[in-house]
Ligand binder design. Structure first.
Ligand code: NAD
Length: 389
């Protein structure tokens, strides 16, 4: 997919909803890179939001970012400088930094008494996720994790199907996806370097595939993980995208996974078979399949990071002795999932409701990712250990 196509997914969209604009909420942006664009476009579509500040550790980056968006915002270097300026009267922040600094930015923002929209993946390790949740608990503020595919009605349908009971008891799930050539380096190396990205395809798009199925089945606790990761494409100086962009040196910077696979045992006797690729010599590693005692659901291989469905889901069942297959009609997606993600975040703290994508669920998503890495390093199955919050 071309970069322009990716950005089109974030295009501006206004929903028909009566919004109380009497008091504007004051928002700051931490990290003014690629994804911060999509946040700002969505906040600008919220008439009750004012973007008042932003921080980026790269000198001049926040200033240039807000100039490009035509916003007069106060600019800072490190996130701590912005959080220390109490005169800003911030209500909320979007944490749009690379994975490495998700935890510190989220924790510091919650400790400063702010509501937090934290980009995915939640962070890098299980321990960081636990620390974030401790800060969330202490603060009493809203923390939501940036999984916009959740707002796609076809994604919601997966959960509705499981919840309806039509599949019976779920016992086996296969999920994942990926791209033939799709290591994300259009804006530099922050996804592939160890000191910024920390985790590769696993954290970038694997987290979405996991969320697609785990949300549908109510996020059971992961018990054990046997994981594998590899980096054959990312470390190859002849990798086509590096060569085409004149950046063969990215192969030396590449220090994360570009493919991962795992077998995960979940509470409730469910097993999860998972694989994800930023690059592979294959069109897709397969559809998502949720198998149950009364029926199974096939979700056609999706562009999992943005919740796109290209063809209908199918349910396979036995009806009166006949083996039948039912197609679930595709629901047209909303114009901008990103707008809905930001709107639902703002609504949650304005209206005192709960987070759209709560940390209590994504903790398990993060624990699976982290334990895939641990298991891959050790070369054996590992027990999932999650400290008390
Ligand atoms: N939801 C989505 O669809 C989606 C899409 C792309 C990226 N993402 C996520 O968004 C995050 C950022 O991705 P990106 O492509 O925008 O990265 P990026 O490297 O373009 O931008 C990150 C910015 O954060 C800044 N930064 C890091 N630590 C900071 C700190 N402590 N204080 C202030 N600034 C700091 C960096 O200088 C950089 O400019 C990643 O975690 C990625 O997984 C989400």
């Amino acid at each position: 997919m071309a970069d322009s196509d990716i950005l089109n997914k974030f295009e501006s969209a206004q929903e028909e909803k009566i919004i109380d604009t009497d008091k504007k909420v004051r928002v700051g942006i931490i990290g003014t890179g690629w994804i911060a664009d999509a946040h700002v476009v969505a906040y600008k579509d919220c008439p009750d939001v004012e973007i008042v500040a932003g921080a980026d550790i790269i000198p001049g980056k926040a200033e240039a970012f807000f100039k490009k968006h035509g916003i007069e915002a106060k600019c800072y270097g490190e996130h701590t400088e912005m959080l220390a300026d109490k005169a800003l009267n911030l209500d909320a922040v979007s944490v749009c930094t690379y994975n490495k600094t998700h935890a510190v930015c989220a924790i510091d923002s919650l400790n400063a008494g702010l509501n937090v929209m934290l980009e995915k993946p939640m962070c890098v390790t299980t321990e960081e996720a636990v620390e974030i949740m401790r800060a969330e608990k202490k603060s009493g503020k809203i923390l939501t994790i940036g999984f916009q595919p959740r707002l796609n009605p076809n994604m919601k349908k997966i959960k509705e199907i499981v919840d309806s009971g039509v599949l019976g008891k779920i016992y086996y799930i296969q999920t994942g996806g990926g791209r033939r050539r799709g290591i994300p380096t259009p804006f530099g190396t922050s996804f592939i370097a160890k000191d910024t990205g920390c985790i590769g395809a696993l954290g970038d798009i694997g987290c979405y595939s996991l969320d697609l199925v785990l949300n549908a089945i109510g996020y059971p606790k992961p018990l054990t993980v046997s994981g594998y990761t590899s980096d054959f494409f990312g470390t190859d100086p002849d990798y086509i995208t590096y060569k085409e962009s004149g950046h063969s040196e990215y192969a030396k910077t590449f220090a994360v996974d570009d493919f991962a696979a795992a077998f995960v045992r979940l509470e409730g006797g469910i097993v999860l078979d998972f694989r994800i690729a930023w690059a592979m010599n294959l069109d897709t590693p397969g559809d998502t399949v949720i198998m149950g005692t009364k029926g199974s659901l096939r979700v056609p291989s999706t562009d999992c990071w943005n919740g796109t469905f290209y063809s209908p889901m199918k349910i396979y069942q036995e009806v009166a002795g006949s083996q039948v297959c039912t197609e679930i009609p595709l629901i047209p997606p909303p114009k901008s999932l990103f707008y809905l993600k930001i709107r639902s975040f703002v609504d949650s703290f304005k209206e005192g409701t709960s987070a759209t994508v709560p940390s209590s669920q994504i903790l398990y998503n993060q624990a699976i990712i982290d334990h895939i890495n641990k298991s891959a390093r050790l070369g054996k199955e590992v027990k999932v250990e999650i400290p008390e919050i």
